[in-house]
Design a binder for this molecule. Sequence first.
Ligand SMILES: Cc1cc2nc3c(=O)[nH]c(=O)nc-3n(C[C@H](O)[C@H](O)[C@H](O)COP(=O)(O)OP(=O)(O)OC[C@H]3O[C@@H](n4cnc5c(N)ncnc54)[C@H](O)[C@@H]3O)c2cc1C
Length: 548
Amino acid sequence: MRKPDRADVLVIGAGASGALVSLALAGRGLKVVCLDQGGWTLPANHPHFSRDFQWQRQNRWNPEPERRRGESDYPVEGNQSHALMWNAIGGSTNIFGALWPRYRPSDFRKGVEHGLAPDWPLGYADIEPFYDESDRLIGVSGLTGDRALPPRRSPYPLRPLPMGPCGRTIGAAFERLGWHWWPMPAAVISEPYDGRPACNACGNCGSGCPRGSMAKMSLTIWPRAVAAGTDLRPFARVERIETDPQGRATGAVYIDRARGERVFQGADIVVLSANGVGSPRILLLSKSARFPHGLANSNDVVGRYLQHHTLVAAEIWTGEPIHSHIGNAGAVISCEFAETDVNRGFVNGFNFNVARIGPAGTEAIGSFTNRPAPWGSGHHAWFRRHFAHGFGAFAIGDDLPRPTSRITLSETERDSDGLPAARLNYEPHENDWRMMRFAIERLKDLAQAANAIDYTINDYCDQDGTYRTPAWHLLGTCRMGDDPETSVTNRWHQCWEVPNLYVVDASSFVTAGVVNPTSTVTALALRAARHIADGFTELRTATKPIMD
Ligand SMILES: Cc1cc2nc3c(=O)[nH]c(=O)nc-3n(C[C@H](O)[C@H](O)[C@H](O)COP(=O)(O)OP(=O)(O)OC[C@H]3O[C@@H](n4cnc5c(N)ncnc54)[C@H](O)[C@@H]3O)c2cc1C
């Protein structure tokens, strides 16, 4: 087996978290190697420049790997949620929505609040400086002053994106209800920034952003991380992490998919950043005589407590055109129902992501609520009344962590290199069902307040009652904690059982939080990188986790 020179740090996964970790560590002078199973998603590869750009979103640009079935993907089996992700340099940021709210202090304190989920071993104040640093590196647009999100020490790096008639219509509907709303913070640049052009409001955020105006890490962070010295290797699919007799990670075996050979990359420290499905999959694949249940998994926590936010959604059409086919996807956020109020019959809360619907094809297939435009004689009349008149509202809920919602290895399916696929099981807690039922009623209130001419609601339940939702936030499957019995890592993302192995992505989240996770993913990645760089000399030989 080929064995290239040893690295100081090996990062597995070049998505949002892997990009930030690599940049920060290479910037501190460490020799960093980063492996990703996918290649570069070049600007010209995006469908934006093709006449069938909408059709491509249904197949080769589908956010669901099960439908896309690319060579760089791995199957995620299971009959409940559909895991969404993109496997390439930049990871899922190649196709994400770039909505960028921060977790609020209460998101880290559910144990104290109601006890149905644990507290995080850290709080908002521990992460705050890294949120600011990540916002500056990535380029975030927003309007400072939202009292429902934590106060910011520094203003957003860029002024807010234009509201346009769609944002104003949504805001007016929330005003009528007396509910909180605010322009959605977005990792989409409203002005030229860091050599990248401002958003041109093309409206096709659903297929990523070939301009780099959205924070696609392959165009934002990766050029810098490579310039800082990271040895980034595409088409390098990690098969397993190896350990020595002392139980320390020695590196990883990967399949060089371009050359068709296995390679061992040694490193003093290994950072796993392969997302909430990929990271537990690799740990489970790395079982050995010393770790028979999978690496860092003697307590059987790896893969458990999967959360991906509950989701119910509405598509709401107004009588006047609101140009919702152009502009960035995320228009408005509302945290009106974000905090626990037990009088509603449940704990935790949800936010409304209120979004522009996007181009004609998205409208026609009813992609927000799965109700396609009528086909046949009534189609054109329907389309004239609906196209560019509507907006989508997603109620994204803080689901309770459950040990039975989990990632395991498939017993039957394999990826294109023959490695076992992931299997996903997810079932909402009874509390989550109550929250979703409440949210559906509030979506109806919103439709009424918007003077809707029509609306549809999607509860994501099949006729047999099975909840099948897109799962774009993959959280909690290697959770951090203060107790080695009930968590996989400590508060620095360092595995309790393997002190030179870090899990740095949303797998380490303890609870889902009430808003979109990636600003917290990137902030935590910078924080973990600081910890690794500061303690590097000690970590090279440590046999126990370093706590402070
Ligand atoms: C359609 C969609 C819309 C989204 N919209 C938003 C949004 O608006 N706001 C928000 O906050 N979040 C959003 N998200 C979620 C966001 O994309 C993720 O939170 C973020 O990308 C997670 O970063 P990550 O580094 O953990 O994982 P990823 O970005 O998914 O990267 C993981 C990387 O690991 C690699 N990998 C996995 N296994 C292996 C292996 N065995 N060997 C080598 N490499 C491997 C993969 O190829 C991939 O590149 C969205 C996601 C999707 C899919």
